[in-house]
Design a protein around this ligand. Structure first.
Ligand code: SAM
Length: 335
């Protein structure tokens, strides 16, 4: 039977004082010996794993931001399981999704809802629980909470009151896609989801066009073809990778130039599942700016500003927005 939070606090405070242990949330739990007879967590036939097999946990009070798998339930860390097992409650987006994960590992901690539609209302009660010294775990449906998922305002509010907050790192779709993309991970910008409407999406992309880094976007699969087309126009025909169904049975990474990958999805139709788009940084240096200006001037002699810009963007892979500004300046006689 689960003890009440208060009873556990009292018992832990006593035993911590006796043992002179730190109450910092990152204090390492005592590891218990692994059971060699225990089935592998990645074995689909393994069935629920008993929570008794987890490291013994003595969680300090505080808010725990716990990353969970993005597809493959085997991708949970031992520390995440220990925190989910030892917390007084788990806040999640959808109890059906998190319930499956908990059932898989035999964890029966109570679940509460924390999602975009109730966060404003629930946040004060979570903060009150933290003030009372509860251990609260926050998870999202998949991956790392706060990353295009709820939790940021809760963390800000907890930090503003000096309440303890710690992270239990683990899976994240953006990083998984980046390292599989074959594109440079040296500097990257995670841009989250692009706006669903085309005009706003193009404006956002034109802002990212000048960033000297690999760009990482989350995108819904029904919008993939139109977003990739807009990316090719706004960013230039850069190298890209679409990473789909990561860590799942039908994981796929499609690599190529933006225009080609866009054409693939336009023809094939929207793929199933979830996807991350990774795009290389600007490929400058390959074209001499004077040569670009010369070609733009020649093209403008035959075509209007929009047509000339589109033609040169397709030919050179340079961002349309930048070419458009240069073409306008030439047409207005400023250059
Ligand atoms: N917090 C999550 C994380 O850490 O990755 C992201 C949550 S966000 C609401 C969901 C988006 O993440 C999806 O639309 C997709 O772009 C990406 N995503 C999540 N799981 C994925 C997977 N298994 N394969 C590819 N993309 C995934």
């Amino acid at each position: 039977m689960r003890r009440t939070a208060r009873a556990r606090d009292a018992a832990r405070a006593g035993s911590d004082r006796k043992a002179g242990r730190s109450r910092h949330p990152n204090r390492r739990p005592k590891a218990s010996k692994p059971d060699p007879r225990a089935p592998s967590p990645t074995d689909p036939a393994a069935g629920p794993q008993p929570a008794e097999g987890l490291p013994e946990t003595e969680l300090a009070p505080g808010l725990y931001l716990v990353a969970t798998p993005i597809g493959n339930l085997g991708d949970i860390t031992l520390r995440a399981l220990a925190v989910l097992h030892g917390a007084d409650r788990i806040l999640c987006e959808d109890a059906r999704v998190t319930g499956k994960l908990l059932a898989r590992y035999g964890i029966s901690t109570s679940l509460g809802a924390y999602h975009d539609h109730n966060a404003e209302h629930v946040r004060p009660t979570v903060l009150a629980a933290l003030r009372r010294g509860e251990r609260v775990a926050l998870v999202s449906d998949a991956g790392t909470p706060l990353v295009s998922d709820p939790g940021y305002k809760l963390v800000r509010a907890a930090l503003a009151e000096d309440l303890p907050v710690t992270a239990i790192p683990g899976p994240n779709a953006a990083i998984t896609a980046l390292i599989l993309s074959g594109l440079s991970p040296a500097a990257f910008l995670f841009a989250g989801f692009l706006p669903p409407r085309q005009a706003a999406r193009r404006r956002a992309l034109e802002r990212w066009a000048a960033v000297e880094a690999t760009l990482v976007f989350y995108e819904s699969t029904p919008r993939l073809a139109e977003s990739l087309t807009d990316m090719a126009e706004a960013l230039g025909n850069r190298e890209a990778a679409v990473a789909r169904e990561l860590t799942k049975l039908h994981e796929e990474v499609r690599r190529g130039r933006l225009a080609d990958v866009a054409a693939h999805y336009r023809l094939a139709g929207p793929p199933r599942g979830e996807a991350v788009v990774v795009v290389s940084g600007p490929e400058r240096g390959e074209l001499d700016p004077t040569e670009v200006d010369e070609r733009l001037r020649t093209t403008l002699a035959e075509l209007g500003v929009r047509e000339a810009t589109a033609k040169l963007a397709a030919e050179t892979g340079l961002p349309r927005g930048e070419l458009y500004r240069r073409a306008l300046a030439m047409r207005n006689g400023k250059e």
